[in-house]
Each structure stands twice: as C-alpha cells, then as structure tokens.
Ligand binder design. Structure first.
Ligand SMILES: CC(C)(COP(=O)(O)OP(=O)(O)OC[C@H]1O[C@@H](n2cnc3c(N)ncnc32)[C@H](O)[C@@H]1OP(=O)(O)O)[C@@H](O)C(=O)NCCC(=O)NCCS
Length: 194
C-alpha cells in the first residue's frame, strides 16, 4: 500500500537516504534539491527550509519570475519515502510544451523494479485530474525503456518523437553527440463522477 503526499518533515530520514541514492547514481536533481540550492549537507541541516521551498513551487505567488508552477508529491510506502512525482499544470514554456510535459516521476534506486514507477504515475494522474487537467502530456527519452513501459501501462497514446538538441542532452548529463529522442505521449483524463 503506497500513497502520494505533499513533502513533509515527517519523512526526513528516509528522504535523506533516498536523496543520497539519487546523488550516487548522478541524478543530482531528481529531488529538486540542487535546483533549489541544497547539497546533501545543506539538506540535512536545513531540511525544514527545503520542504518549505519545495511546497512553494506549487504557489504562483511565491515563485521567482520566470519559474514554472510545479506541484511536487512524495510517494510513501511502509512509512518510507520511495520517490517523487511533479505535476506542471501549465505548459507555459517552450521546454515544457515540447520536452518536459505535465508530469515527471522518479523512484529511488533501491526501490526500483517493484512496480512503484507504474503506481506513481497512476497516482499522479489522479492528482492531475483533481487539479482539473483533462489530458496530460508525458514524455520520456527513447532509451528509457522502463519509463516508456510505465507510460504505456497507464494508457499513454504515442504522439511523436522530438530529437533532443545538444544543450538538452548536456542538461540531462548525457553526451551531446548521442542520438536520443524525446517520446511524447498523451493520456486522456476521464472526469470522475460527482
Ligand atoms: C523509470 C523509473 C521511474 C522506473 O521505476 P520502477 O519502479 O523501476 O518501475 P516499475 O517497477 O513500475 O517498472 C516499470 C516497467 O519497466 C520494467 N523495468 C524496470 N526497470 C527495468 C530495467 N532496468 N530494465 C528493463 N525493464 C525494466 C519493469 O519490468 C516494468 O515492466 P512490466 O510492467 O512489463 O513488468 C525509475 O527507473 C527511475 O526513477 N529512473 C530515473 C528517473 C526517470 O527516468 N524518470 C522517468 C523520466 S520520464
């Protein structure tokens, strides 16, 4: 049994160990820590501030100019942090509209291949529906087979593939010479009966 919740100090210890796992595999920004200016030490020392900053990403009023609204949720199972998903309700930048899409997700390395990736997207779709979205764009890299599978299992309909330019490949920590496409899928969200 697992569920999504807003970031909370209640999951401090398991979040910190999960964040260390993401760092160890070179995904320094899966948790948004680097984006918000926290390294692992700063996370440990100022965890409450980090959670506060993460929650503020959901509020247009609190965002610095040019930042996109982002609703972050943590996946919790057995009282432990397992991963996160983020929902961008407005595709208000060219990047989100083309490559980023409405929903991103990641599962901490030690808890992968147990179905949590498939589950986190299913739960994120429920949240997106609650936020009033009627269809969502979800993307993944053409060589990310687990993510492709997750999107398909959740009803994703393939739309197109966009070649990733060198600067985006570099931003994702990949060789700029690689040939990777961003696959674009749409999922229709049927409104729930009142
Ligand atoms: C992609 C990611 C979320 C998958 O999480 P997960 O918890 O392992 O996913 P699941 O256990 O639900 O597996 C989903 C499917 O992929 C398959 N799969 C998972 N890892 C795999 C691997 N390393 N090799 C081959 N298949 C794999 C599973 O067997 C499953 O397929 P099935 O339903 O046909 O059995 C996780 O690897 C991750 O966080 N990666 C880094 C961030 C990322 O890529 N996010 C997605 C961005 S679009």
């Amino acid at each position: 049994m697992c569920f999504l919740t807003r970031p909370s100090e209640a999951y401090r210890d398991s979040f910190l160990s999960g964040a260390a796992e993401f760092c160890a595999e070179g995904r320094t920004d899966s948790t948004y820590a680097e984006f918000l200016g926290y390294d692992q030490k700063a996370l440990e020392r100022h965890f409450g501030d980090f959670v506060h900053d993460l929650l503020n990403l959901a509020s247009d009023d609190a965002l610095p100019r040019g930042w996109q609204q982002d609703q972050v949720f943590w996946l919790i199972g057995g009282g432990q942090y397992l991963g996160q998903t983020s929902i961008r309700p407005h595709l208000s930048s060219r990047y989100l509209l083309t490559y980023g899409g409405h929903i991103g997700y990641s599962i901490r390395p030690s808890r992968r291949r147990q179905g949590y990736g498939t589950r986190i997207l299913a739960l994120a779709l429920e949240e997106a529906r609650r936020l009033g979205l009627q269809r969502v764009l979800i993307t993944c890299n053409s060589d990310n087979l687990p993510s492709k599978r997750i999107i398909e299992q959740n009803g994703g309909r393939y739309e197109s593939a966009m070649a990733m330019p060198a600067h985006l490949l570099r931003a994702e920590g990949r060789s700029a010479n690689g040939q990777v496409d961003k696959l674009r899928y749409w999922i229709e969200l049927v409104p729930q009966p009142a």
